[in-house]
Design a binder for this molecule. Structure first.
Ligand code: AN0
Ligand code: CP
Length: 320
């Protein structure tokens, strides 16, 4: 595997899930694979799970992880081309990327969407520069439009807990005080569309995901109707993707607390499990009662981030 952004990069999902099971049951079986290999994990934004689970996955494979927080541990990096660098950014990404990749065998990047320029974000401008100037395998650790390590961990979790061959999975928008990227819902939709599930997306009007991620998913604007009979409820906030109105890109169109997932919502499901990628704002996205209930999968879901990262790194190491 040369890069990991899209569901296609992992190939056959059944095979990937079987490999995930193997990795989960014998995490140290490949500890010689990463010998003398280095992965660099570059963070332009904060992280708890991605940072720690990626390091743990690398260590399980015998690989050395190096973590760099851009702008905190390093110089601030300029990412735009052709600019006069007379501001606070001391180094250009055009030099920084090949320097960083000269010190490693695989590189992972977290670089959130700026949410101001839709074209810049949806072209994955920063991630593309890592591919172009780096020349090493690249993993998206949540880039502008995708968070594939999260979506793969979500799929692993659904596969583990499902009680039906083809469960109903409902992704519901929920309110949040700050504008958030669409990377998590984009990837979740992309992976659920490729998986053997009955997938429904519900959100207020104006929050339509880009068609390249929403695909053929059913969209239901009535949240309660969407949740009826659900086996898994996947909550997430996202800001306006600008699909129908590009001028609204990155804006908060609704803070309707009626969408906060609570016991009233869970009551219409088929005893659904609750999922969220974390970090989550309690009593904004989900009520205390729902996230604290035994049917909440947020902790096992986060634990599976090690498994998804390890499968991806293992495949990259095998292809080096
Ligand atoms: C980020 C987001 O919504 O993209 C990261 C989630 C994994 N969340 C926040 O910034 C709160
Ligand atoms: N879910 C997730 O990616 O969490 P972090 O932002 O803490 O890495």
């Amino acid at each position: 595997m040369k890069s990991f952004f899209n569901v296609e990069d992992i190939g056959d999902l059944k095979k990937a899930l079987a490999e995930a099971k193997q990795v989960k049951s014998t995490p140290f079986a490949w500890k010689n694979l990463g010998e003398n290999k280095t992965i660099m994990l570059v963070f332009f934004n904060s992280s708890l799970r991605t940072r720690l689970s990626s390091q743990k996955a690398a260590l399980n494979l015998g690989m050395n992880p190096i973590v760099l927080n851009i702008g905190q541990d390093s110089w601030k990096l300029e990412t735009s081309m052709g600019v006069v660098m007379d501001g606070d950014k001391s180094e250009h990404i055009k030099e920084a990327i090949p320097v960083m990749t000269s010190y490693c065998d695989i590189i992972g990047i977290r670089a959130f969407a700026g949410l101001t320029d839709r074209e810049y974000d949806y072209n994955e401008t920063i991630l593309r520069q890592f591919i172009e100037y780096g020349g090493k395998p690249v993993i998206s650790l949540e880039s502008a439009t995708v968070h594939p390590c999260q979506a793969f961990a979500d799929l692993i979790t659904i596969d583990e807990y499902k009680k039906k061959d083809r469960p109903k999975v409902v992704m519901t928008w929920a309110p949040h005080p700050k504008a958030l990227p669409q990377a998590v819902p984009n990837s979740f939709a992309q992976w659920m569309n490729a998986a053997d599930v009955d997938f429904v997306i519900t959100h207020p009007e104006g929050y339509e995901l880009d068609p390249r991620f929403a695909g053929n998913a059913r969209i239901e604007y009535d949240q309660m109707k969407a949740l009826e009979g659900a086996d898994f409820v996947y909550a997430k906030n996202w800001s306006c993707p600008g699909t129908t109105n590009p001028g609204d890109y990155g804006k908060i169109l609704s803070k309707d607390m009626g969408w906060t997932v609570d016991e009233r919502h869970m009551a219409v499901t088929d005893n659904a499990y609750f999922m969220h990628c974390l970090p989550v704002r309690r009593n904004m996205i989900v009520s205390d009662a729902v996230i604290d209930a035994p049917s909440s999968l947020v902790i096992p879901e986060a634990a599976n981030r090690v498994v998804s990262a390890q499968v991806v790194m293992k495949r990259m190491l095998e292809d080096l």
